[in-house]
Design a protein around this ligand. Structure first.
Ligand code: ARG
Length: 401
């Protein structure tokens, strides 16, 4: 019988390393591993060597950093995307990109089998499977950890027995990292009442107590310059991870609602994501109307939920992006941010498109606002409330709920 070729998404961690061996043992497969660089700043030679040492017949490295920054992260900045109002979606954004590369490699390798190392308890399986099937419904998806219902302890035991080298940190935690953030799960963090130890953080380190001011310039909703220096998005994010991280900014500790119904305690560090979204939101407040901002909140919430839920390729996500992109045309300007001891606070903003008008807002003599207009406005604005309270007072004393 001809052996089947399987293309496996490979990160170099525990799950995907044991997958190589399981695919060989259970499926008698010839495994091609694919590592997609989404800015995880890892030693990719070491990852390739590990893949080959564990048994991959071939390893493919794909540098997708620019694509990740420009096609995925940029949209999430414009959408101010924070799941449950807190998590910047780093993992959720990278999964559809990695899945699309798997589908491409499967085509060039002329096989109908792709594989991933996701467990059956998480969100990532949902994101991989839906994206893969959306791009090529003919592909068969193997997920050894899920298919065999393996626990992490069983995986660790198998790795030991099989002499599969596992990085030390991966023995204690399940970690996922890319340009937009780092997710840390498992180990002692599973006790939701326990504070995460400082030692787990990589981005947020070497903290300084001094305040640091930084200016971010946006064009069409995308950050384009840092302290007056033009940078492409990828470099700007990398720089922001360092700067904001060194001021303790970007730690998120969240009891998260997974797609599969489980509540999980997740710890993230995402200095660039947290600080850039803060700046972007602030600039939008300066240049968009009240109506646009209020409506966009609904869109942002839906967008974040879709992306979190594995529905990157859902047409609705693209439809929402049309709205978001249209609004972003006016989101140009500069935001000044103060970073200190874990806080990031916008302290100034300016834009040629500002709707904010100091001559209208001022309490000084400069004011161009005729206060007398307010009286009639209030009369009309409160009309229905005033009348309805008159009616209600016939049934119940006023002020009782
Ligand atoms: N809970 C986050 C998400 O679903 C992060 C998952 C991180 N994955 C991991 N293998 N540690 O997007």
């Amino acid at each position: 019988m001809v052996k089947k070729k399987v293309v496996l998404a490979y990160s170099g961690g525990l799950d995907t390393s044991v997958c190589i061996r399981y695919l060989q043992k259970i499926h008698d497969a010839i495994v091609t591993t694919v590592t997609v660089d989404c800015g995880q700043d890892e030693d990719f030679n070491e990852i390739e060597n590990r893949a080959l040492a564990v048994g991959a017949a071939r390893h493919i490295h794909i540098d997708s950093r620019e694509e990740f920054a420009n096609e995925y992260v940029s949209r999430s900045i414009k959408a101010n995307a924070l799941y449950q109002g807190k998590y910047p979606l780093a993992t959720a954004l990278a999964r559809p990109l990695i899945a699309s590369k798997l589908v491409e490699v499967a085509a060039t390798e002329a096989t109908n089998f792709v594989a991933h190392g996701c467990t059956g308890k998480g969100n990532d399986q949902v994101r991989f499977d839906i994206t893969i099937k959306s791009l090529n419904p003919d592909l068969n998806i193997l997920a050894p950890i899920r298919d065999m219902n393996l626990t992490r302890d069983e995986e660790l035991r198998f790795a030991m027995e099989e002499n599969i080298p596992i990085p030390l940190e991966a023995k204690n935690y399940s970690i996922d990292v890319n340009l937009w953030g780092r997710a840390i799960e498992g180990g002692e963090l599973e006790d939701a009442s326990v504070e995460p130890p400082e030692s787990i953080f990589h981005f947020v380190k070497n903290r300084s107590n001094e305040a640091r001011y930084i200016e971010i310039e946006f064009r069409s909703g995308i950050p384009i310059a840092l302290d007056g220096h033009s940078l492409n998005l990828l470099d700007l994010i990398e720089e922001m991870n360092k700067i904001a991280g060194s001021h303790g900014v970007g730690i998120v500790d969240l009891v998260e609602n997974r797609i599969v119904g489980i509540k999980s305690r997740e710890v993230y560090e995402a200095p660039a994501a947290i600080s850039l979204i803060e700046c972007h939101k602030d600039l939008e407040n300066l240049v968009l109307t009240d109506h646009e901002i209020n409506f966009k909140w609904i869109i942002e919430e839906k967008w974040s939920w879709l992306v979190y839920s594995g529905l990157w390729l859902e047409p609705l996500r693209r439809d929402l992006d049309e709205f978001i992109n249209r609004v972003q045309r006016r989101v140009n300007g500069k935001v000044r941010l103060r970073l200190q001891n874990g806080s990031c606070r916008v302290v100034g903003r300016s834009s040629k498109n500002a709707i904010y008008d100091p001559d209208t807002a001022t309490y000084s003599r400069r004011s161009v606002f005729d206060q007398r207009l307010a009286k009639g406005f209030i009369e009309l604005w409160g009309k229905q409330s005033v009348v309805s309270n008159k009616i209600i007072s016939k049934f119940e004393p006023l002020g009782e709920d």
